[in-house]
Structures are given as C-alpha cells and as structure tokens.
Design a protein. Structure first.
Length: 377
C-alpha cells in the first residue's frame, strides 16, 4: 500500500518499502525512538498501588501507545489518509490513558509531535504540533503540573528539530538532483555546440575542397601550373580544417565576419559563381562578428552545394548580413542541420533569422540585437 495521490510522508526513506519490516523500521528512525519508549511505562509506577487489575489495564494501554509510536516508522509508505488515521490512533491511545488516575497523559506530548512531523506534511504537522503544545500547556497549568509544561515544551523542541532536519535533508536532496540535471543539460548543450561547430567547419571546408578538386581536374590537361596552385590550396584548406577541428574540441576557435567573406569570395569564384561582397566592414563586436561569420559560411556553403546559382551577393553591416543568390530558390522544406543550427545560434543571441525564396533565387538574412561594440577583427 503506497501513497499514489496524497502527500508523501516527510520521514519516508526511498527504497525502504522493499525491505523486511524490521529493517524498514530502523531505516526510518526506529533506532532513535526506541530508547524514549521506556518513558511510556512511567504511568505504571503511578498506578502500582491501585491494584493488579488497574495495573494490567494501564500496562496494556502503555503497550498500545508504544506500538503506535514505533509503528509510525512502518506506515510511512501508506496513503495520506492512512497515516492520519495512524496518528489519530496514537492520540486516542494517549487520551484513553487519561481515564486512569494519576496517569499523566500530557507527558506523552513528545510522542504525538514527533510522530506528526514524520508522518504528515509539514504544514499540517505544524498545526498538530502547535495545537498539542497549546492544549498541553493549558491543561498542565490548570493542574499545576510544571513538569507537564516542561514535557510539552520538550515535545515542541524535539518536533521542530526533527521536522526542520527532515526538510533540510529534503532540500539538499532536491538541490543535488537539480545539480545532476544541470550537469546532464550542460553536457548535452556542449555536445550540441561541438556537433554544430564541426558541421559548420567541415561542411564549408569539404565543399571548398570538392569545388577546387573539380577545378583542378578540369585544368589538369590544359594548365599544369594552375592545377598545382589549386592542389596547393586544397592541401592548405585541409590543414586549416584539421586545425579548426582541434580548436573546436578545445573551445578556442574564432570565426570572424571579415575572414568568412574573404573565404566566401574565394570558394564562390572557384565554383564559377560571380561574387559581390563588401570590401570594407564597420566596427563589429567579437560576438556579433562571429555569429555573422557563421551565417555567411552556412549560406555560401548552401549556395555552392545546392543552388546552381551563377551569382551571389553578400551584404553586411554592424548587425546584419544578407546573402542572396540567383539559383533555383528555397523549396520551403524543413531546415537542414546547418540552417537549424544557425537559427538556434541567432535566436539564442536575441536576433532574427530568415531564409526565403525570392523572385529569382534564395535570400538568407540574419539580423542581430543591438550590442555595444567590443572591437573588431
């Protein structure tokens, strides 16, 4: 019988339900409360001179109180209403003890308050603890029993100590789980970043290598010198790609808009696509320059791979870049991994990303939020 709908018992130990009953009891605090059960038999001493029958009844009543008190460590997995009934049984057994002369039931206030803070939700347990304390002190004062007042106040102190300790442990466990979830999310985010960066690097570089290899193949029989130049550039691009991959793994690679425009001009020309791009740029902060550089890289890679364009225009300023081609146009299909990664980067930076078909080709536009310039490269 487990609690599927109500509030969980504060003293419940996860996994204890599968243990044998005696191990479950000790796992949930029986070892701490067993010594205090000795005090439950004090009323027997007060009733000792009243005759065997009364002593027997008081003894049975005390055993019932002890059973309810220790049993509270065994019912923490019960539904909420079941735990309330168990607490009510404990209170009832203590009240019955009051029927016997000189039994001093108020001395059992710590049993009620401690059971309450382990069995029922904290906000409800506080009501029980405060009510027990107020009633216990009131009756003790009416009877002139100062030791009763001490016992009731001791019950209040023990209950608050136990309850606050349980809440502290629960908060620490929740914090630990939150830290574990944060660590998992951080690892996932880092994997996504590395995967996105590798796609940006290798996609562009391999496209450039493929284009230059095709050009070298066409020039091989006609112009050996030009072929050698293209092969040398292929080797240089391959070495640079290797450096970029290593730097990406270390999180140190830098991408800048100016260098990406220069690289775009080179790869577009090698692919036989006319390139119109700015030769000078305004001052752009490093973060914006990096993001706009990624936008140019992804757009030009798609132009060379998919557009079948004859010309490509790159427009750029301090917070905006637009790449337009005259190819077959954007089909409107779902973004590929490159465009999806770029969209994610831009939106995380607070900018806007748009790719659409124009009257004679495709337009990719990225506009960033306004930033304070940090310097340009």
């Amino acid at each position: 019988m487990t609690d599927q709908t109500g509030l969980q018992a504060p003293g419940l130990v996860p996994g204890a339900c599968d243990l044998p009953w005696y191990r479950r009891a000790f796992a949930q605090g029986a070892g701490y409360i067993l010594p205090s059960c000795v005090f439950a038999f004090i009323p027997i001493a007060y009733a000792w001179d009243a005759g065997p029958a009364l002593v027997t009844l008081v003894t049975l009543n005390c055993l019932a109180i002890v059973a309810f008190f220790i049993g509270s460590t065994l019912v923490m997995h019960w539904p909420e209403y079941g735990r309330w009934l168990w607490l009510a049984g404990l209170i009832g057994a203590i009240l019955v003890l009051g029927v016997f002369p000189e039994s001093r039931p108020l001395y059992f206030a710590p049993f009620v308050t401690c059971a309450a803070v382990t069995l029922i939700a904290w906000r409800h347990a506080l009501i029980v603890v405060i009510a027990t304390t107020v009633i216990g002190i009131g009756f003790s004062l009416l009877r002139g029993d100062l030791f009763g007042v001490v016992m009731v106040l001791m019950g209040l102190a023990i209950a608050l100590t136990v309850g606050i300790g349980i809440r502290y442990d629960a908060a620490r466990a929740a914090l630990r789980k939150a830290e574990e979830r944060t660590a998992v999310l951080a690892v996932a985010a880092e994997r996504e970043r590395i995967g996105r960066d590798l796609h940006d690097i290798l996609g562009h570089s391999l496209t450039t290598i493929a284009v230059k290899a095709d050009l070298a193949q066409r020039l091989a029989s006609r112009d050996p010198d030009a072929t050698a130049v293209q092969i040398g550039e292929i080797a240089a691009i391959a070495r640079q790609s290797l450096k970029d991959v290593r730097a990406t793994a270390a999180g140190m690679r830098e991408v800048r808009l100016a260098s990406e425009i220069a690289a775009a001009r080179s790869v577009l020309t090698a692919a036989g696509i006319e390139c119109r791009a700015p030769v000078a740029l305004p001052v752009i902060g490093d973060a914006d320059s990096e993001l706009l550089g990624y936008a140019v890289r992804e757009a030009v890679t798609n132009v060379v791979r998919h557009s079948r364009a004859t010309s490509c225009t790159i427009e750029a300023d301090a917070g905006h870049v637009t790449v337009t081609d005259d190819g077959r146009g954007f089909t409107g299909a779902r973004d590929g991994s490159g465009l999806a990664g770029l969209r994610s980067r831009v939106e995380q930076a607070g900018g806007t990303f748009d790719v659409r078909a124009s009257s004679n080709g495709t337009v990719l536009s990225v506009r960033l939020a306004v930033r304070t310039p940090e310097g340009a490269r």
